[in-house]
Design a binder for this molecule. Structure first.
Ligand code: MF3
Ligand code: CO
Length: 250
């Protein structure tokens, strides 16, 4: 499938969709504290999405049951919100949300500490994963390549001894949640498809504190680290413009 090029008008619509996702994530983040369940976060997100006049990009997607993915500790991505999962002081939780507004999708994720007892190494994992996304976004401009994005993520992550997850990748996004191209979080500078103005990409590094391997649990969704180590995930929806990257989900 060809990579879709968006008009400035379409990117403006995606910016409004992205602002809605940001509002939802802020709303949910403010509710993260010890004793709260991941289902509490789901309920807060669902009402916020409705209040914004948007709909969920996730609920019903390939049968996914919720509007959020809430991935705690060694869960990498696609954790399903549950009344049985109580957040504890010292946990980390990735909150991933996608919405549709006026026909356009946006997708963003953050990973946040729960309470005040997060270990320094854990805090470092969050900071480095976020920095890897920010560094990758800085290389986005017409003429840069997908390999430049992957290499940027990989360098930041591996410089700290953490590892990049290979099994899941970022993606093009627009009138569908997943469009071409795939956007790996590893690669070689100068390799791969060249970026053009009007492309919109969801860039989403997933970073493990230990080894890179992941496996999917028997619920068919929850991806966890094979070695049980902690994992973090940050994501932005980003447009390629003549001037460089425009982050649509902030
Ligand atoms: N950010 C994830 C992705 O881009 C979220 C998908 S969750 C799903 O693939 F439930 F919708 F599949
Ligand atoms: Co995504």
């Amino acid at each position: 499938m060809a990579i879709m090029i968006k008009t400035p008008q379409e990117i403006e619509k995606m910016r409004r969709s992205g602002a809605a996702v940001r509002d939802v994530l802020e709303h949910v983040k403010a509710r993260v504290k010890p004793g709260v369940t991941t289902l509490d976060l789901e309920v807060a997100a669902e009402s916020k999405i409705a209040a914004l006049g948007a709909t969920s990009a996730f609920k019903g997607y390939r049968g996914y049951p919720c509007v959020l993915c809430t991935s705690v500790n060694e869960q990498v991505v696609h954790g399903i919100p549950s009344n049985d999962r109580v957040l504890r002081d010292g946990d980390i939780v990735s909150i991933d949300c996608g919405v549709v507004l006026d026909g356009y999708y946006s997708d963003s994720a953050i990973t946040v500490p729960v309470g005040a007892e997060v270990a320094p190494k854990t805090k470092r994992l969050l900071d480095v994963t976020k920095a890897s996304l920010e560094t990758a976004i800085k290389v986005v401009r017409p003429g840069a390549t997908l390999g430049d994005i992957g290499a940027a993520v990989q360098e930041v992550v591996e410089a700290d001894g953490f590892s990049v997850v290979r099994e899941f990748v970022g993606h093009g996004i627009g009138t569908r949640m997943h469009e071409d191209p795939q956007v790996p979080n590893y690669g070689q500078r100068g390799a791969g498809t060249k970026l053009r103005a009007g492309m919109v990409l969801a860039i989403e590094p997933m970073v493990n504190l230990g080894k890179p391997g992941v496996q999917v649990l028997s619920d068919g969704w929850t991806a966890v680290t094979e070695d049980g180590s902690l994992s973090a995930h940050f994501e932005h929806t980003v447009a390629v413009t003549a001037e460089g990257a425009a982050i649509l989900t902030q």
